[in-house]
Ligand binder design. Structure first.
Ligand code: TXA
Ligand code: MG
Length: 385
């Protein structure tokens, strides 16, 4: 049985010039010390970050990293992000072994956005202590300094760079609550630190500043505009979304049966201009009735709706759906709620199809890039209404 221990994030003070946190609540300190002890001994621990919960183990240890891949059932060719609590630690524990410095290009970026949801690639030197299993043997390693006080305190107390992918079973939605981690990893890891909900709700932004011009490898909690604002990143290139996000899933039933979310997801973009709001049910209900036979279950008990706030009146649609859930008003709220809603709906018996409806204008909003990236990965059907 996996142990869950609470840590109160408000009991931790970690100002930017401190290398070590001050922890006022004795129980929180004790729980963090236990987690740090496990990390130092190459065991793995679920812990909160401001993006999503991570499954952490020493980035320097083959055995810890092997345990991470195994617990998540993650393909070992997908490298992990190393988490540090201070620049001092990054230099002292990793870069100094090869007399490396942080490349100049990154200095204004990390000055502005660390700690926070920003991951950068740094070169791996010949004497790098980072396990080759963490990087899959690449010539770069990914690193970030999380702003969540619990995450930073755990890294500082263990004084260990922590490799941490999201703490979900591979292909499930990333966890934003300790209970999500428990659901996926109970009995597979010794400990989960419960620090409440993750603020952001989706993963960090991954930037390769070693290429010219710099490349955005994964959209995330830090937006493209925030990065382009920084000296040296004005010409940031957006990496093409990977092939499988474009390809229609060939056998969604097979592919998603036990995956993430288990329900089949359809993403519908509603063009507000084409809707008659005096009879708001028309456009969507026509669409649904025309397509139920082909694409959707005809049984409302199997169907759930997730909609962008203010785009439709849920009362008009309740007869079509077992559940109608609002995703949120603004991008931050929608990012925060998406993965948690997927998991909540997956836990409701019968529901095997989720229809997500967004305002089609959202496609023109750069701030929504990370949200749409995650939705596109989850959805097997995408339609403009
Ligand atoms: O917000 C986050 O980043 C969360 C929390 C726990 O910090 N972690 C996370 O890790 O999302 P993970 O393992 O799910 O995602 C790591 C991403 C992957 O897209 C991986 O391919 C990329 O970072 N990555 C890691 N090392 C890389 C490298 N050397 N070169 C290119 N991409 C790399
Ligand atoms: Mg992940």
């Amino acid at each position: 049985e996996t142990q869950i221990l609470k840590v109160n994030p408000n009991s931790i003070t970690f100002s930017s010039h401190q290398l070590f946190p001050t922890i006022s609540d004795p129980q929180s300190l004790k729980n963090l010390q236990l987690a740090a002890h496990l990390i130092k001994h190459n065991k793995i621990v679920g812990f909160p970050t401001e993006t999503v919960y991570g499954l952490g183990g020493s980035s320097l240890s083959d055995s810890a990293v092997t345990s991470i891949y195994k617990a998540k059932n993650r393909p070992a060719d997908n490298p992990l992000i190393t988490h540090i609590s201070s620049i001092d630690q990054l230099k002292r524990l990793i870069l100094s072994k090869d007399n490396l410095e942080i490349p100049d290009i990154y200095l204004p970026l990390i000055q502005k956005y660390w700690p926070g949801p920003l991951t950068i690639l740094l070169p791996v030197g010949p004497n790098s202590p980072i396990s080759k299993l963490t990087t899959n043997g690449l010539s770069t390693f990914a690193v970030r300094m999380p702003s969540n006080p619990i995450a930073r305190a755990l890294i500082a107390l263990s004084d260990t760079p922590i490799a941490a992918p999201s703490a979900n079973s591979s292909t499930k939605p990333s966890p934003t609550l300790a209970s999500h981690v428990y659901h996926d990893l109970n009995n597979k890891i010794p400990l989960i630190i419960d620090g409440g909900p993750s603020n952001i709700g989706l993963e960090s932004t991954v930037i390769d500043g070693l290429s010219t011009p710099p490349v955005l490898l994964r959209p995330g909690g830090l937006s493209v505009n925030q990065i382009k604002n920084i000296n040296g990143f004005e010409n940031l290139i957006i990496a093409k979304p990977n092939a499988n996000s474009k390809d229609p899933v060939k056998t969604p039933g097979m592919k998603y049966k036990h995956y993430s979310p288990s329900a089949k997801v359809s993403l519908l973009y509603l063009n507000k201009n084409s809707i008659n709001f005096s009879q708001p049910i028309q456009s969507l209900s026509n669409y649904l009735s025309n397509n139920l036979a082909n694409n959707f279950s005809t049984n409302s008990s199997n169907l759930a709706l997730i909609y962008q706030d203010n785009i439709l009146n849920p009362n008009n649609y309740s007869s079509y759906f077992n559940q109608t859930k609002v995703l949120g008003k603004d991008i931050n709220q929608m990012q925060h709620n998406l993965f948690a809603l997927f998991r909540e709906l997956d836990d409701i018996p019968n529901i095997n199809q989720i229809i997500v409806i967004l305002d089609s204008n959202i496609k023109n909003n750069l701030e929504a890039m990370a949200l749409l990236n995650r939705l596109n990965k989850a959805a097997s059907i995408k339609i403009d209404l």
